[in-house]
Design a protein around this ligand. Structure first.
Ligand code: 5GP
Length: 118
């Protein structure tokens, strides 16, 4: 699947759509999800044009991969949810109902999130 330069997160990265930014560095951008499923619900995305999890981990540089994964921990720490706990989710393609075709990680916390699998 080719990267769509007009997907919502590409527009957010270009500043064409507003967002509540929570983090940014050379490779990573993060902002609050518009439809929060928990008190903390942040979307963490690479700045590069990757469609999905599979695309990112196949094509991104080691620096980009480290930056994105390290950002998860930094943001969780900043939000004060390391001790209480958090969940990291990334939906890839149809069976996972990925809606936006720009790779993103959901960081959820700030309350008991319930059991994920049972
Ligand atoms: P997915 O199902 O692709 O893993 O999740 C996409 C997420 O993007 C959803 O949780 C949805 O609420 C969020 N989202 C969709 N459009 C926007 C938007 O314009 N701004 C923000 N901040 N989040 C969005």
């Amino acid at each position: 699947m080719a990267y769509d330069q007009n997907n919502i997160f590409a527009k957010i990265l270009r500043g064409e759509i507003p967002c509540e930014k929570v983090f940014e560095n050379e490779h990573v951008f993060a902002f609050n999800d518009i439809s929060r499923k928990a008190p903390v619900h942040i979307l963490i995305i690479p700045k590069g044009p990757y469609v999905s999890s599979a695309d990112f981990y196949e094509k991104a540089s080691a620096d980009e991969i480290v930056a994105l994964n390290r950002a998860i921990g930094e943001i969780a720490k900043e939000k004060g949810i390391v001790e209480s706990g958090y969940r990291v989710i990334s939906n890839h393609a149809a069976h996972a109902h990925q809606e936006v075709p720009h790779y993103h990680v959901h960081l959820l916390g700030g309350a008991d999130l319930g059991v994920c699998f049972n």
